[in-house]
Design a protein around this ligand. Structure first.
Ligand code: ADP
Length: 356
């Protein structure tokens, strides 16, 4: 039945798909939500400008799709200098990073995504680059090897991570500014969607916007991606019915969500399988995420970074020192979802009682 799995919606490899098309906010005042972060960044930018300095190094943390890359680009635009972007796993050797640093111009922003995944020898280069604006490059080999010091212009390193806890403390300590992005309110997502619909010229009413916002996992990237897909469904529907164009309303949105296998909370089959695996195989937990990933034959990063944060936000999964635990609310949700589709409900009700 489902044409879209969880993975396609929060697709890791596919960050730059069409949800970005021409609508990434370019200035702080176009960026919706995250009020405290916006206000803070505004002050830091002004202070840096008044002192004619590059902005201090910044670490953004938070689940994927909340706007970390967008903010980094906005900061670079505000400083009127260049923007260099790389994902940490692509920096395999110290030389890869040294080359990027050597190319930096005054006030440029170097954005390193997934910075918790930097290999240790590469990370060490960053220490002196961030602190003293120098890098040591080794030239020659064997006995004749020598180290040359290269001076860097004032620049800003912006790091983004879904797991601030996985960063080493020498690296964390070198960021003067650390900001944590949080999930968005539904009303903010409605604004994100409204802006996108206007720029993409999609005809959608407020009930349609609301229906998408409610299923967008509190995440702008998911909201935009859903809007694009529903627009696809509406376009095809209008073509089949020989309508000139349809206005997307709640009914049209919900029809598409059903076809995509997305429930009223924005959960997909993969989320339900995740919850169900903890319920069925581990009596509700506690269980390590690795074990759940093995049962689902799913990549650990997909579960930990893309699925779990929202399930925790919903209160369905609790993170405990001994592992993940399915909450009563989590049990209730899968019971409700599975009631018609499988014979699990008795078993699950038993588990719920045991958990009390
Ligand atoms: P991250 O780097 O945290 O994974 P991105 O910055 O790539 O997230 O944002 C994902 C998408 O959501 C982009 O298309 C971006 O334009 C949009 N987006 C994110 N935050 C906002 C926001 N506050 N207002 C409007 N659009 C946003």
């Amino acid at each position: 039945m489902s044409t879209m799995t969880g993975k396609e919606i929060y697709d890791i490899q596919n960050k730059n798909s069409d949800e970005d098309a021409g609508i990434r906010p370019k200035a702080l005042n176009e960026f919706i939500g995250q009020k405290t972060i916006r206000e803070n960044l505004g002050v830091f930018l002004t202070a840096a400008r008044l002192r004619k300095e590059a902005l201090d190094h910044i670490l953004f943390s938070g689940p994927p799709g909340l706007g970390k890359t967008t903010l980094a680009r906005i900061l670079s635009g505000a400083q009127g200098a260049g923007f260099h972007q790389i994902a940490a796993p692509n920096l395999r050797r110290p030389g890869d990073l040294a080359r990027m640093l050597a190319a930096m111009q005054e006030m440029d922003v170097l954005f390193i995504d997934e910075i918790h995944r930097l290999p240790a020898p590469v990370e060490e280069i960053l220490y002196t680059a961030m602190e003293d604006k120098v890098i040591d490059i080794s030239v020659g080999e064997g006995m004749s090897a020598a180290s040359v010091q290269l001076k860097l212009p004032p620049f800003t390193l912006v790091g983004a991570t879904t797991r601030p806890g996985a960063l080493s403390s020498p690296l964390t300590d070198r960021f003067g500014i650390k900001l944590r992005l949080d999930f968005y309110e539904e009303t903010e997502l409605v604004q994100v969607l409204q802006r996108a619909a206007r720029l993409w010229q999609i005809d959608i009413d407020s009930s349609g916007l609301q229906a998408i916002a409610a299923r967008a996992r509190r995440t702008p990237r998911v909201a935009l991606r859903l809007l694009r897909r529903i627009w696809d469904f509406a376009t095809v529907y209008a073509h089949e019915k020989k309508l000139k164009m349809v206005t997307i309303d709640e009914a049209e949105a919900i029809r598409s969500f059903e076809l995509m296998g997305i429930d009223s909370l924005g959960l997909t089959n993969l989320d339900l399988q995740f919850l169900d695996a903890i319920a069925r195989h581990y009596s509700g937990g506690p269980v390590g995420l690795k074990a759940v990933a093995a049962i689902l034959a799913e990549d650990l990063v997909t579960l930990e970074d893309y699925l779990e944060p929202y399930l925790v936000r919903l209160g369905f999964i609790l993170r405990t020192p001994r592992g993940r635990v399915l909450s009563r609310e989590g049990f209730k949700h899968i019971n409700a979802e599975m009631k018609n589709s499988s014979g699990l409900e008795n078993h699950l009700f038993e588990q719920e009682n045991n958990n009390e």
